[in-house]
Design a protein around this ligand. Sequence first.
Ligand code: NAD
Ligand code: ZN
Ligand code: ZN
Length: 344
Amino acid sequence: MTRTMKAAVLHALKTPLSIEQVPVPEPRHGELLIRVTACGICHSDLHAVDGDWTPPPVIPLIPGHEVTGTVAKAGPGVKGFHPGDAVGVPWLYSACGSCEFCLAGMETICKQAEATGYTKPGGYAEYLVAPAAYVGRLPEGTDPYAMAPILCAGVTTYRGLKRTGARPGQWVAVVGIGGLGHIAIQYARAMGLRVAAVDVSAEKLALAQALGAELVVNGSETDPAAAIQETIGGSHAAIVTAVAARAFEQAVAMLRPGGTVAYIGLPGGKADEIRASISAIVNGELSVRGSNVGTRQDLDEAVGFAARGLVRATIRTVALEEINAVLEDMRKGRIVGRAVLKIA
Ligand code: NAD
Ligand code: ZN
Ligand code: ZN
């Protein structure tokens, strides 16, 4: 008889997830069966459910890619993992390992990459399988609920900050203080950067201030680019984790000459395009870079910051049965910090 598990399943885009019993997957060669403890609810999961991106997710889909859990069983050929080991599964489910990008340490842009909770079943379930080679190891004694958001929000903003090239003592504008942004502030501070936080919600800016942002700007009340230029002469760097195209346009205008912005948010659909001033970019020698989740090395480093207590997600734990209500709250911009599914 096949064992079953509880999972939240998307059967059609833009419809509620259904909580149902599905078979527990069997780990194949090189794979781990992982018992899920927690799974953060990333805005990317909402984009998947709403079909905001091209190509759309593989349906039926179990979303979720901020997974922490323990090894339940190692498939054939797996070395170095044992039942009970604490592990995490990020968005980067796997990459090919042999293309020019993988060989150059840029597996984040491998064209054969698979995505947890998008092209492969994710962590809104009691179990999932994942290739051992791409699973993150978590230090003993880490809080699995607070650690879950590090598996995406953490590693993604950590890499994004690095890709701006900002150095200690310089200013970084963190635009969008949601699940990603509130963690970005903490990585930035741990790296010795000075933070200007921009959002359109006063509640999120209050959290930003509590987390150490020295300057907060409400983009629904003032032009944030003008405010940052006037107050600090522009920021050396910016990362954009907002879900509105306008924020990406404003971030370029926040930079001081020579500055770099890393684009992280993915509004998708009609919001996927921006207008930018060519002359501002040319004359200011500005750089606009994309940043897509992180490599396994980035993940290991990002987890290290969290394990040492330098970064800690502000979380609210919720039950799997509450998932549709949480996604609706996220659509309305009502989640402060990160909601995390408490699976075990
Ligand atoms: P979230 O919903 O928790 O946060 C989004 C934040 O943006 C909210 O605080 C909201 O108030 C703010 N915002 C909305 N409009 C704004 C504006 N005009 N100016 C400033 N702030 C504004 O979402 P999240 O989980 O943090 O994800 C953010 C985005 O990043 C999503 O599009 C997600 O898909 C994307 N993402 C990208 C990667 C990547 O690798 N590039 C990884 C994870 C998530
Ligand atoms: Zn590759
Ligand atoms: Zn994510």
